[in-house]
Write a protein that binds this ligand. Structure first.
Ligand code: ATP
Ligand code: MG
Length: 586
């Protein structure tokens, strides 16, 4: 198949789109692969659609290879099933809700656990029907708070979602392992550099889950790795509670006047000058900082939350957001202080925190470092005052442990496998062992071999198909434009004819025909534009191989350019077909 540039529906742009922060976004728009319609909503142009279809084909092949069967459900869905699983509310503002002419509620599917569960319930009734894995490649809708970077975080996007149905835990494990294997093949074939990390299951519910993260400096997810093989999204890291300390020698708690110490640094300096510690100097990590947040539940109700953590750490809001899902995070503002007069801004201490017997007050959760017997300097709930030698367990208690502090390079891995290093990634896929949550809620039961009704156990597995297009662009593009790996490039080869003479275009066309007849897809630049324009476009469009047929033809040579390495090689014109086919793996 030959596509001529004179006919191709494309315009390359010289300017970056105003909202493009990341290379993938910039180049997919500038190269004419996608066009923005509204925030997080894009149209696919011919070149972009070709890449999307190639990614889809790889995903499809690997899903079929594990025996999963393709189906296609609607994107427009009725409210009731999502009401039964509480996701109509729990999905919160991320759900696109709408009404039909009769006033009935509908939604645009953000993910399809409910519908797949009901479909299997509709048709299957025996253990003999299982195991079953079914999937779709379909458009999903989520009203993301921060649509970002073109296709990376859209409000409309393409996902492959599969669901497994098994009679028992061993079956679920096998289905999960099969999907995990398929995902490894998919992301290998897409040429992505990725890691598999422990993940939280978020709004999906369920237990074991792993994410496939594309390693990318611009990724939104942060993950940790240890030399001993621990790998987890920071959201899924749970540091163990620190060992209890013997506090028998710690003096009784005492409140001190600590003027001009609004920052941790000033407090530490003042403490060392005025209340020196007997064994060593005070450090930021000896202070207990209490940070306030407001949680907003899916039903709109608000609950304050105080988090106590060592003064040398910050709260990682992404870890916190993951921990409080489905509630969302809001700032604790001036007006909120007015509703809780016992909280003295800047000097909040455990004394004013914690839920009373009747559930009123401010829920107080502490970092795993705040173990029994640990000794702290913290707010005394009076302006300008701090309390010293306040011992956890002896002088105060919290309502529980919450590990949402920012992790640092060198922190120990929770499983003892060595110091952690941090890196960023793009979530490409997520595999979950859902268990029986949806089957229970929606009543998916089958008869077991003994004729007893048992609840089916499920897995749910997603690949961000449109996000993968952007992730590949993010990883492979350079300052000249896109640079696709062969497996997903819109065309196998880009043939550029230059010069005013007829000969180069004739030769280029013949070459294109030969390569096309061998079963490859060819983009032929047959425009009258200058060589400079054509070369620049070839670099922006990013086909892996470009053949330049120009002045050299008179001397019997053409040039083959590799987009990724930028290597150029002159080859005899009469060997051009052979050389190109060899590059394409023929
Ligand atoms: P994220 O944390 O990035 O919001 P998620 O945990 O909400 O992702 P899932 O619900 O597990 O994602 O969806 C499965 C896959 O769909 C993800 O692994 C990701 O690749 C893709 N995906 C999710 N949200 C989007 C989006 N807004 N735009 C594009 N792809 C997305
Ligand atoms: Mg999400």
């Amino acid at each position: 198949m030959i596509t001529r540039m004179t006919k191709l529906f494309v315009r390359t742009l010289r300017e970056d789109p105003a909202d493009a922060e990341l290379p993938s976004h910039r180049w997919l728009v500038r190269a004419g692969y996608i066009r923005r319609v509204a925030p997080g909503i894009y149209s696919w142009l011919p070149l972009g659609l070709r890449v999307l279809h190639k990614v889809e084909a790889i995903v499809r092949e690997e899903m079929n290879a594990i025996g999963a069967q393709e189906v296609h459900l609607p994107a427009l869905l009725p409210r009731e099933p999502y009401e039964v699983t509480h996701r109509w509310t729990e999905y919160g503002p991320n759900l696109f809700r709408l009404q039909d002419r009769k006033g009935s509620d509908y939604l645009l599917g953000p993910t399809h656990e409910e519908m797949f569960t009901l479909m299997v319930k509709d048709l299957y009734s025996s253990y003999k029907d299982l195991p079953l894995s079914i999937y779709q490649i379909q458009t999903k809708y989520r009203d993301e708070a921060r649509p970002r970077a073109g296709l990376l975080r859209g409000r409309e996007f393409v996902m492959k979602d599969s669901y497994s149905f098994d009679i028992d835990d061993a079956g679920l494990q096998a289905s999960y392992d099969a999907h995990r294997g398929a995902y490894i093949k998919i992301f290998d074939r897409l040429g992505l550099d990725y890691v598999i990390v422990k993940a939280t299951s978020g709004a999906m519910g369920g237990s074991a889950s792993e994410e496939f993260l594309g390693v990318a400096a611009n990724g939104e997810d942060t993950f940790v790795r240890s030399p001993g093989g621990y790998a987890a999204n920071v959201e899924a890291v749970a540091r163990p509670l620190a060992p209890a300390q013997d506090a028998s020698a710690v003096p009784a708690a005492h409140v001190e006047d600590t003027p001009d110490s609004p920052t941790i640094e000033a407090l530490v300096d003042l403490s060392n000058a005025r209340f020196p510690r007997e064994d060593r100097a005070w450090e930021a990590g000896d202070t207990l900082k209490n940070v306030l947040f407001m949680l907003v539940r899916p039903d709109g109700s608000r609950e304050p939350l105080a988090i106590g953590l060592p003064g040398d750490r910050e709260v990682d809001t992404k870890r916190l957001e993951a921990a409080i899902e489905p509630a969302e995070l809001d700032a604790f503002i001036e007006e909120d202080f007015a509703s809780f007069p016992s909280l003295v801004k800047g000097y909040i201490g455990p004394g004013a925190l914690g839920l009373a017997e009747d559930g009123t007050g401010v829920r107080y959760l502490t970092d795993p470092a705040v173990a029994e017997g640990t000794r702290w300097i913290t707010g005394a709930n009076q302006p300008g005052h701090h309390v010293y030698d306040l011992v956890a367990g002896r002088d105060f208690a919290s309502d529980g442990v919450l590990d949402v502090a920012e992790l640092r390079e060198g922190d120990p891995a929770p499983d003892g496998s060595g110091p952690l290093s941090l890196a960023r990634g793009i979530e490409l896929g997520h595999i979950f062992q859902l268990g029986r949550k949806y089957a229970d809620a929606l009543g998916l039961k089958v008869l077991d071999p003994h004729g007893k009704l048992v609840t089916v156990t499920m897995g749910s597995y997603g690949v961000g198909v449109s996000r993968a297009v952007a992730a590949i662009a993010e990883e492979t593009s350079d300052e000249l434009g896109l640079a696709w790996p062969r497996n997903v490039a819109p065309f196998d080869v880009h043939i550029v004819a230059t010069g005013k003479d007829a000969a180069p275009l004739e030769f280029a066309t013949a070459l294109a025909e030969s390569v096309s007849e061998a079963g490859f897809e060819v983009l032929l630049d047959d425009r009258k534009a200058s060589p400079g324009v054509k070369f620049a476009d070839a670099e922006v469009l990013g086909m892996p191989t470009t053949v330049v047929v120009g002045r050299g033809l008179a001397d019997g040579v053409v040039e083959i350019r590799d987009r990724a390495t930028r290597e150029k090689a002159e080859v005899p014109a009469d060997e051009a077909v052979e050389r190109v086919l060899a590059l394409l793996g023929r």
